[in-house]
Design a protein around this ligand. Structure first.
Ligand code: PMT
Length: 411
């Protein structure tokens, strides 16, 4: 396939220069499809393969798909004559390593520079995206997670992995994100947005407070509003972490980290961890205010004719805990009310130390689990109405307002 005969189907990545690193993993076969999809959008793609990657896919395949010489070694004089490795690092506007094996994560976290791919990642100033893919036990290992945290703290975008069946026969988090998802992440990375370079944490969904082994106290939140907010923040250029209660929704494109929790206490600790590095926290989750004082490990037995008492104790308040910190992120809370919405929302804005509150009326067919919503935003000296719309459109409008208030207050 020659460079001259390849016609892009769409031009949204036209003139964009993407360096694709391929490391050793079975998911390398999906990266062939990724090259094709990037070029369909007009991108120029140059491929760098590690030695292990070549055990899975041959260089000829990537050469044919990219229309370019494939780079494999720091010491390849022919490739150096065409484009030296420093030049290649400068050429790239984005570097995406897909699949990024546990070994690559470790090497990049520790600054190795003894092969072409790791050297390029050190030399280049282009944003770095790593599509993690490995066995699910490896991904869960403390050493891998420590490397991921190190990389994220440096602003590297670690994408995925997704959950599901693995080539090794195991099931869990370890699959590389699909090529079209990775392509969409790169497309949105070029769209300069209102939250570019900001780190945003979003909470979403309900919490479940266990009574015994089979029963819990929950609420009707589906997570749709919070997931839409996470997607809108990612579209606006933010590096988004999503802390989700028990919901069955796919992770929105562009969200770099998702932590699933069940109870309010778990959500409290996951949000506080994620917010250690955050600029903005948006609390769309419907967090249980109380939990049973005692949880039974066995199913409690019915006592016919007897009244049963359940003693509840208060859960920690996530927003209030963050507001009490010396340097809290910009705090955006939600208020779900059945009546007297503005009054209760303004009280929460003040009591919980928020910068902005998003009020919605909830009821039988309102707010919870509905495809659409209507919002009223309040801050210390202003307010704004966002009329009924579907949740994603509302979330996009909300993000514009959050970005504007954040710029005014924090910069
Ligand atoms: O998930 P959906 O089905 O799409 O529904 C969306 C929604 C109605 C759940 C959402 O729009 C919404 O209003 N979320 C907040 C619901 C809620 O818990 O409101 P609240 O008024 O009880 O709490 C006020 C704020 O304090 C919220 O931002 C909440 O996340 C936060 N909070 C509450 C308790 C707690 N222990 N810690 C908290 O931080």
């Amino acid at each position: 396939m020659s460079e001259l005969t390849y016609m892009p189907l769409d031009t949204s990545l036209s003139q964009r220069r993407i360096l694709l690193g391929v490391s050793g993993g079975i998911a390398a076969y999906k990266s062939c499809e990724l090259v094709r999809r990037l070029r369909d959008l007009g991108a120029q793609v140059r491929v760098v393969m590690t030695e292990s990657a070549r055990h899975f896919v041959g260089t000829t395949t990537f050469q044919a798909l990219s229309g370019q010489i494939v780079h494999t070694s720091l010491w390849d004089t022919q490739a150096e004559a065409a484009m030296g490795h420093i030049e290649l690092a400068r050429w790239a506007q984005r570097i995406l390593v897909a699949p990024a094996s546990a070994d690559v994560l470790a090497r990049l976290a520790h600054g190795h520079a003894d092969d072409l791919l790791s050297t390029l990642c050190l030399v280049s100033t282009a944003p770095l995206y790593l599509a993690a893919a490995m066995n699910q036990q490896m991904w869960a290992h403390a050493a891998v997670q420590a490397n991921v945290n190190t990389l994220r703290a440096r602003g590297v975008h670690v994408l995925g992995p997704a959950e599901g069946g693995q080539a090794c026969g195991e099931i869990g988090a370890g699959r590389m994100l699909e090529p079209q998802v990775l392509r969409d992440v790169l497309v949105s990375s070029f769209a300069e947005g209102a939250l570019t370079d900001l780190r945003v944490v979003v909470s979403a969904g309900p919490t479940f407070e266990d009574i015994d082994a089979v029963r819990f106290i929950g609420n009707r939140s589906s997570g749709k509003m919070g997931f839409s907010v996470a997607q809108a923040a990612a579209e606006a250029g933010a590096q988004v972490s999503l802390v989700a209660g028990p919901v069955s929704l796919p992770t929105p494109v562009g969200v770099v980290q998702r932590v699933d929790v069940r109870s309010a206490e778990q959500m409290h600790s996951a949000v506080l961890d994620a917010c250690a590095q955050a600029d903005i926290y948006i609390a769309a989750a419907a967090v249980g205010d109380y939990r049973p004082l005692a949880r039974s490990d066995c199913k409690l037995k019915k006592k016919s004719g007897a009244e049963v008492e359940l003693t509840l104790t208060e859960n920690p308040d996530i927003l209030a805990s963050l507001a009490a910190q010396p340097k809290p992120p910009f705090l955006v809370g939600f208020a779900a009310e059945t009546h007297d919405v503005e009054n209760y929302a303004r009280v929460k804005l003040k009591c919980k130390g928020m910068d902005m509150i998003v009020a919605n009326q909830v009821g039988e067919r309102l707010g919870f689990d509905a495809p659409d919503n209507a919002l009223n935003l309040y801050w210390a000296d202003g307010s704004m109405e966002l009329p009924r719309n579907d949740k994603l459109n509302l979330a996009r409008q909300l993000i514009v307002q959050v970005a504007a208030r954040y710029q005014m207050v924090r910069t």
